[in-house]
Design a protein around this ligand. Structure first.
Ligand code: ATP
Length: 243
């Protein structure tokens, strides 16, 4: 099913272009890797898809609904989108603000009005899933970068979103933690989540992504290819290895 669609979507920052005329369609259950040089627009696209930013021109449609400034201005609608689309930020410090890890993960489910027992169950499950159970009583702010990533993912999963947006989720993780994170994302895809992940590390993600959307320095899509298509494009692969 067509879940996400953008048509001629552009985004302008005050002094620079963020995205230039993007046309893309993402189906439910796909595992999409966004790749490309620094500043090419990957984070900007994730911010628009999550509803944190609004396109300067063109349209963004999620699950048949056009998401624009007017639609997002209604708090109930914005909350509905944020429940369906979870985002793990590149800088996890911006999303961790509670006094303990357990509180951090409980925050979203509490906003949804779940019972204390149901909240506790979600916290326990999501911490176990992300390998963060040992940090349950720690202060999120004092965790290492890699530990913060797991807690951020746990807090996003606690809302049971259908789409997961991840901005460089492997940064700051050890090699074994990167492998665990990718295995977890594949497990989530198998549970019918749609995964959209920005990454620099082609070597790490080449076997997990179904599809690779590659940006160029002009903030446009340079290529939109399946894993098999990319595997046959040796020059492009060599370029991605250098990112
Ligand atoms: N808050 C901002 N204010 C002004 N310009 C910005 C801002 N954020 C991003 N940009 C600019 O928009 C363009 C796209 O940036 P974006 O962060 O989306 O790229 P990216 O592909 O995610 O980069 P990276 O790989 O370095 O994270 C860049 O030219 C960047 O300098």
């Amino acid at each position: 099913m067509e879940l996400i669609k953008t048509a001629a979507l552009s985004y302008d920052y005050p002094q620079t272009c963020g995205l230039d005329h993007l046309d893309l369609t993402i189906q439910t259950g796909e595992f999409v890797c966004l790749m490309g040089p620094n500043g090419s627009g990957k984070s900007t696209l994730l911010r628009i898809l999550s509803g944190l930013a609004v396109a300067s021109a063109g349209t963004y449609t999620f699950d048949g609904q056009v998401i624009d400034a007017a639609w997002l201005a209604r708090p109930a609608q914005r909350q509905q989108l944020h429940q369906q689309i979870g985002m793990v930020f590149q800088n996890t410090d911006v999303q961790l603000f509670n006094s303990s890890v357990a509180e951090e993960v409980a925050f979203g489910p509490r906003q949804l009005g779940l019972s204390p027992a149901a909240i506790d169950q979600r916290v326990t499950d999501c911490l176990a899933l992300t390998g963060a159970t040992a940090f349950r009583d720690r202060v999120p702010y004092q965790l290492s970068g890699g530990e913060k990533k797991r807690v951020a993912l746990a807090s996003v999963l606690a809302l049971n979103p259908t789409v997961l947006l991840l901005d460089e989720p492997l940064n700051g993780l050890t090699i074994s933690a990167q492998t665990e994170m990718l295995a977890l994302l594949q497990q989530l895809q198998a549970a019918e989540k749609t995964i959209i992940m920005a990454s620099h590390n082609y070597q790490q993600v080449q076997t997990v992504g179904d599809r690779f959307i590659i940006f160029n320095e002009q903030h446009q899509i340079a290529a939109d290819v399946t894993q098999a298509e990319l595997a046959a494009q040796t020059t492009r692969q060599a370029e991605l290895m250098k990112l």
